[in-house]
Every structure is written in structure tokens, then in C-alpha cells.
Ligand binder design. Structure first.
Ligand code: AKG
Length: 318
């Protein structure tokens, strides 16, 4: 690795790539990507990638005022929902955080960088980059990568520069796992994503998640906790739709070989969604709420800035 690194590292992004996956040459990150048409404000409910079109399935949109007195979140839904009116008065929404505004607020702060192709999926906070370096990557270089890197940072939201720009809704204010050493991952993440970056499919078995989008556009697919996992894996093979030995449709198989798909690969390989799956096209100011155990895969259909929280409510029973 040292030999590869000294020969090839030129930029912070390249260094991050080698930290994220030291056994892969930089060339392994490059590749073509399926083209997609971004949802737009005039056509806000539709997203097309390759030959697949995903339409927003009208997930319930619920005003946060419904939960204003529920400080333990007991009455939050048990299905995915979009919470509205959460961010209306937040400074980071009225003067929205974008890569450019955040770069001015945090000119030289290193932030954690992850994402990329399937081989990098196990990485959590292995890479590091400033927002101006990441901005440069988004503008000029991310398009050469088969799956772009994604700023996913769990420290910066509590910094003085950012923490006064938003407030935690009361229904998310009591985290049973606060200060609990059994917590698997930190609760609060700033997400800054190039177009085409995303979060591969996963669930949070014991925590609910809420994700506030401040700029850009995200496309989510969610699945109930009891979904047949073969639907998630999408190990459809490059030409399985032509494979006559395949008795099932090309939507799924029971091999786990492709569990490590990046979000963009997952979307481009996905065919029909099973019953119970939801497609959510999320716009700035909307908060996606996911109950405990729901699976999700998320693609930044436009360059996006969001914050993502994962907390355990007292309603969760082992
Ligand atoms: O990329 C995203 O916005 C989704 C983030 C997510 O799934 C998570 O934080 O658990």
C-alpha cells in the first residue's frame, strides 16, 4: 500500500480513497455510471435511472405539530413518513446549507468521507477531506467515479459553527441510548453528497431515523423490517433477465454476493419493487422518518446537504 500511495497520491480525495480501501488501486474507483434524470420542481415525483423509473409512492406527509407535546415520540408512526414544517425556522434551511455555504462556515475543517463502490462499503470515517476539497471533487472529478464519495461526519453538527442553526424536534429529544456504551454508531451525522452519491441498503434494527434535507434532492426506497431479504440483495447478475434458468423474476435472488452494491448500482439494477416498498422523493425542508428496523437505500439525485439522526425511543422493546 505504501508503494501505491507514494506513487499515486496527489489529492486529498485520492488519499481518502486509499485510506478507505487500501487494497484497491485508485483505478478501481473509476468507471461509468448509469445516467439518470434528476427530479425537478416541475416534475417532482419521478426519478429515472437507466431504463428504470421510480415514482414517489405518496408516503404520508405529516406536520410536526402533530407531535409537539410528545417528548418521547410514543405516537410517531410505525411506518415511514415525511414530517413537514420541521425546518421552517432553522437558519440552515432559511439560508440553506449547501456545499458552498458550508465551505465558507468551515473553510479548513476536515470532515469524514466515505462511500464509493461496493468494495468501500465497510468504511466508516476512514477518509477525511475539507469541504473545499470535496466541492472541487463534486464539480470536476466525481463524475469519473463509478460511485461518488460522500461526506458523512458525526462530529461537526455539535460544533459552535453549526449547532445554533437548527433545533431537535421535541419528539426526538429523548434518546434512550444517549451516553450508552452499547450504542453501535454515533447518533448525529452531517451528510454532504455529490450528485450520484448515496447510502447503500441497510437498516437500524433498534433505532428510529430522521433525516432533514436542507438542499438538493434525495430518492429513498424503504422496505418493511420483515421483507424477504432476497429482495434487498438484488443479486440479479449482469444478464439474469435473459437467463432462462431463472425461475423467479429478475427482481431478486437469494444469494448475498451483491449485498455490497453502492446506492447508485442498487437503483440501476433494481427492477419491480415488492409490495410494502415505498419510494420517497425528498425535497429541502422535508424530514424523512423511518421507524425501527425499516430497510432503506438512498441516492442523492442532486448535490445534497442533510442531517441524519438515529435514536432509540422508549417504545422500542427488544
Ligand atoms: O444518505 C442518506 O441521506 C441516508 C442516510 C442514512 O441512511 C442513515 O444515516 O442511516
Amino acid at each position: 500500500m505504501a508503494a501505491i500511495a507514494s506513487a499515486q497520491v496527489q489529492t486529498a480525495i485520492e488519499k481518502a480513497k486509499l485510506n478507505i480501501s487500501s487494497n484497491q488501486p485508485l483505478s478501481a474507483w473509476l468507471g461509468s455510471r448509469p445516467s439518470f434524470s434528476k427530479p425537478t420542481r416541475s416534475n417532482p415525483n419521478q426519478f429515472t435511472i437507466g431504463d428504470q423509473t421510480f415514482c414517489d409512492t405518496s408516503c404520508p406527509r405529516l406536520p410536526i405539530e402533530n407531535y409537539i407535546d410528545d417528548v418521547h415520540g410514543d405516537s410517531l408512526p410505525t411506518h415511514p413518513a415525511v414530517l413537514t414544517n420541521v425546518c421552517t425556522e432553522w437558519g440552515c434551511f432559511t439560508n440553506p446549507w449547501t456545499i458552498s455555504t458550508l465551505s465558507s462556515l468551515l473553510p479548513s475543517t476536515p470532515l469524514s468521507l466515505d462511500g464509493g463502490p461496493g468494495f468501500a462499503r465497510g468504511s466508516i470515517c476512514f477518509g477525511s477531506v475539507t469541504l473545499s476539497e470535496y466541492s472541487d471533487y463534486c464539480k470536476h472529478f466525481s463524475v469519473s467515479d463509478s460511485a461518488p464519495l460522500y461526506v458523512f461526519d458525526h462530529r461537526i453538527l455539535s460544533s459552535p459553527e453549526l449547532s445554533s442553526s437548527f433545533s431537535i424536534p421535541p419528539c426526538f429529544s429523548n434518546d434512550v441510548l444517549a451516553n450508552d456504551p452499547r450504542r453501535a454508531l454515533p447518533p448525529a451525522w452531517l451528510l454532504v453528497g455529490a450528485e450520484g452519491s448515496g447510502t447503500p441498503i441497510h437498516d437500524h434494527p433498534t433505532t428510529v431515523a430522521w433525516n432533514a434535507l436542507l438542499s438538493g434532492c434525495k430518492v429513498w426506497i424503504t422496505f418493511p423490517p420483515d421483507i424477504d431479504e432476497s429482495f434487498l440483495l438484488l443479486n440479479i447478475g449482469e444478464d439474469s433477465s435473459d437467463d432462462e434458468s431463472s425461475t423467479n423474476s429478475s427482481t431478486h435472488s437469494d444469494s448475498s454476493d451483491d449485498f455490497d452494491l453502492s446506492a447508485i448500482e442498487w437503483f440501476s439494477k433494481c427492477r419491480d419493487l415488492p409490495k410494502g416498498a415505498q419510494t420517497i422523493i425528498q425535497w429541502p425542508g422535508e424530514v424523512v422518518f423511518l421507524p425501527e428496523g425499516w430497510w432503506h437505500v438512498v441516492l442523492n439525485a442532486q448535490e445534497s446537504v442533510a442531517m441524519s439522526y438515529s435514536i432509540q425511543l422508549r417504545r422500542f422493546k427488544e
